[in-house]
Design a protein around this ligand. Sequence first.
Ligand SMILES: C[S@@+](CC[C@H](N)C(=O)[O-])C[C@H]1O[C@@H](n2cnc3c(N)ncnc32)[C@H](O)[C@@H]1O
Length: 297
Amino acid sequence: MPTLTISEQVEGALETFQHAPQRCAHSLLDWDCSTYHGLWQLLRLSGVQPSIDRDAEHINACLVPALIDRPGARVLITGCADYGLLALLLAQDEERGLNLNIEILDTCDTPLAANRWYAAQCGATIITHQVKLFDFAAAEQYDLVITHSFISQFSLTERPHLMAHWYQLLKPGGHLITTVRAYADGIDIARPRLEAKNALDKAHAVLRGLAAQGITAPVSVEEFEALLVHFFQERPTREVTTSAHLDALLADAGFRVAQQLSKAAKKPGQDSLIGAPEQSRGADIVTLRAVKDAVHR
Ligand SMILES: C[S@@+](CC[C@H](N)C(=O)[O-])C[C@H]1O[C@@H](n2cnc3c(N)ncnc32)[C@H](O)[C@@H]1O
């Protein structure tokens, strides 16, 4: 499997950016995702937005026990914004000769197209499904369901349903691997939108990050800055998750947590919920592997 050069990654990011308005117009999300999906690959390249690369070590540590001794495993990625998880899976596949059957699901074709693009670069075959997770009925159950930053896409009341759906998609003995930002407390606190000043600062950081790598804005700098500010300010707010809440949700759905790896999201003070009563709330990035035991509940 080839490791993509920066210029190949930029080529993919620009293809995504260019086609996002048309592709996202057919998204099944109830909000306009074209800025989010269109910019996402460029944000990753800028180094400003945390991406799957940050969590690769922990995800790989969970992938090994989930996939070992399962040649030809059926794998489903739920929600994909980028091709980061696919890249990790294909790397494991090549290293260990796993012969994986990978399917990817998302409500929008923009990230699915980015994954098809990446698979084509690697000479790999994948199947993509444009569907809402709760509407997805699998032809056959999976050995592994894997996600990254997906739980936060669902409201607190939807999360038990999300866990139940993942559980039902897995074969008995199958694994769920997920990475989630977990706060010490406050599951009812939605992450507020960034204030204008902070959004502009972040937009400038993205422009600097791209420039440092010789990547120029795909539209005029003013237009690009406005899109970035829109991205940082207008993303829908989400209720945050705590580790305790996550553990309870998984247990209630019938999962057994077999592996849990955490690291601090950022240094205290950097990770602030702007507008929240406390300016700094510690958060961990938790990657866990949960098993659907081969016992009927
Ligand atoms: C998986 S997450 C983000 C992953 C990204 N790696 C990150 O670090 O933030 C977001 C993706 O989930 C998709 N999504 C949101 N709600 C969904 C749903 N109900 N069913 C399927 N996909 C959904 C969005 O279109 C988006 O591409």
